[in-house]
Design a binder for this molecule. Sequence first.
Ligand SMILES: Cc1cc2nc3c(=O)[nH]c(=O)nc-3n(C[C@H](O)[C@H](O)[C@H](O)COP(=O)(O)OP(=O)(O)OC[C@H]3O[C@@H](n4cnc5c(N)ncnc54)[C@H](O)[C@@H]3O)c2cc1C
Length: 416
Amino acid sequence: MAPSGTVAIVPIVPIQSRTRSPLSTSYDVAIVGGGAIGSAIAYFLKADPMFDGSVAVIERDPTYAQASSALSASSIRQQFSTPENIRMSRFGIGFLREIDRHLGLGDGTPVDIGLHEGGYLYLATAMFEEALRANHAIQVAEGADVVLLRPDEIESRFPWMSIEDVALGSLGLSGEGWFDGYGLMQAFRRKARALGAEFLAAEVDGLEVDGDRVTRLRLRDGQTAEAGHVVNAAGPWSGAVAAMAGVELPVEARRRCVFGFHAQATVPDCPLVIDTSGIWFRPEGEGFITAISPRPEEDLDGLPLTVDQRLFDDRIWPALATRVPAFDSIKVRNAWAGYYEYSTFDRNAIIGPHPELANLLFATGFSGHGIQHAPAVGRAIAELIVAGRYTTLDLGIFGYQRLREGRRVIERNVIG
Ligand SMILES: Cc1cc2nc3c(=O)[nH]c(=O)nc-3n(C[C@H](O)[C@H](O)[C@H](O)COP(=O)(O)OP(=O)(O)OC[C@H]3O[C@@H](n4cnc5c(N)ncnc54)[C@H](O)[C@@H]3O)c2cc1C
């Protein structure tokens, strides 16, 4: 895509090789959070021949016990309603298909993230048929390989599905599916380190601001680090990190529970199904995984990462058995909970610099679709830092400024 030039962000501090103390406490770029997003940013920076600066990724928990990137359902789709989200996914799928070329270390060990392009199938009742058609028109205009299916076409492709209430379906024929998100994060991390990024096991607990710049990061262990640019890639905790600089960021940690189950019957060629009931399910290994978002009144910020079993018993299982009669007898095998980094403003990403603190950049708020966009976001933030503007995909629509202006970018296809 041609450079758009519509977003011009002049780096406040030009990239330079800073003098670094023996303790390495001064960096050109400090990234708070070493999940898929932070690690992707580090990789794209260090892989850019125009960049010769230093990069630190500051990650408080290198085991990633609660990180979204380790607890994700890790699926990728083209079926969004915001063209920029589709463009990010189109870049993402190309990157994932050639993951070994991008993130291989050249030591002969292949990078395998188990990408399976099984497709997404969105199902709509008559009430949502027009919306599905409108979204499809946007997707096709962006070059996505998505087709609309009449009920009889759905039935002949997926005879194991019961579709009485379905008026229309929308199926991704290629470019959609699922992969190992934790593996992707680790591959970004490994490659970024091999290229010279430093990963520090430390927690940022303060940001010092001087005028229009964040000048210093304070770490919980008492150390400090100076930085030319600070990137907030702290996922569900990015609101707390922004607050350290006195910045309001409407991103909350919203718990989502995923259930793994086994079915006796075979369900051939099962895509990731977005059901009219609000549940989704897809194959995972020998079985399946499924989830539904909590009801709004129960969808609170920062709930403990314990599994709410009621979601499965009361809402998911009845819907599964209605859609797929063979799912009437299934066995739940496992379950886990993780956080969406949820933008309460418009359920869309917040990407790019703060309007006043221009060396503070955001890469957060993905609201359930961040891991598939990690390659595109990593590249985008690297472009902003190195070139001072987007040079490939223009993601200016996701800028922080829209929060000030009350300009919501509504993504109609948010999953929970
Ligand atoms: C159940 C579930 C299903 C999902 N399904 C999908 C899907 O199918 N497709 C998709 O694209 N996306 C999906 N997502 C969303 C996706 O996983 C996230 O958008 C993505 O992983 C976000 O990556 P991140 O690096 O921003 O956040 P994280 O992976 O959470 O990383 C943030 C890191 O910041 C660190 N950190 C926080 N505060 C500090 C601090 N003060 N100092 C130092 N470190 C700090 C944390 O320890 C953490 O490791 C899903 C998420 C969940 C929970």
